[in-house]
Ligand binder design. Sequence first.
Ligand SMILES: [Zn+2]
Length: 207
Amino acid sequence: MFYKSSLINKIIKYGKKCGEKNFSPGYSGNISARYKDKMLITTSGSSNGYLTRNQVVLTDFEGKSLEKGKKPSSEKFLHIGIYKLRPEINYIIHVHAPYLSSFASAGKDLMEPIMAENVFYFGGIPLADYALPSTKELVDNTIKYFDKYNAVLMANHGFVVASQTIEDAYMRLELAESYANIVLNTYVLGAAKILPPFEEKKILDLR
Ligand SMILES: [Zn+2]
């Protein structure tokens, strides 16, 4: 079990990386860490890239702030839904990274087996149906993919990734954004060569 202050440090550190890599332009995105039977989550209106210690708030699984004067991100129920569904998940990063959000906004998932590494790490990245941000419908539409996947595109919105460690969640975010960039490039270059099912299976068997 990590101490609360070290979890806050991790959220700030990886939030900064999200900012530096332009995964979280402006006020977009939010990050959380499971803490006992609660979570630490970035506050409403904060920017992942410029977080201060005051912009992370202890929140219970009813979505209630446990720190006076601090308001959790409006997407708190998305985070809570994933933590409730997947007890082994400890960290969640939600961003509006430009390439991933381009696919999400074009209504295209990233399920086709195009790059071996991506098949290995993600299987595929499904696209959840659109719902108004911060609604229960958005939570329901998105978390239903987390029974099988750890990373999901949210239509006309962005991307969410969950993992046991924040390092791994962030690495998968980098991989996914780079992958979305590559897949977009394959459109420019004519078309991607889709891996045949037997090759896809060989990669999945390595996992
Ligand atoms: Zn968002």
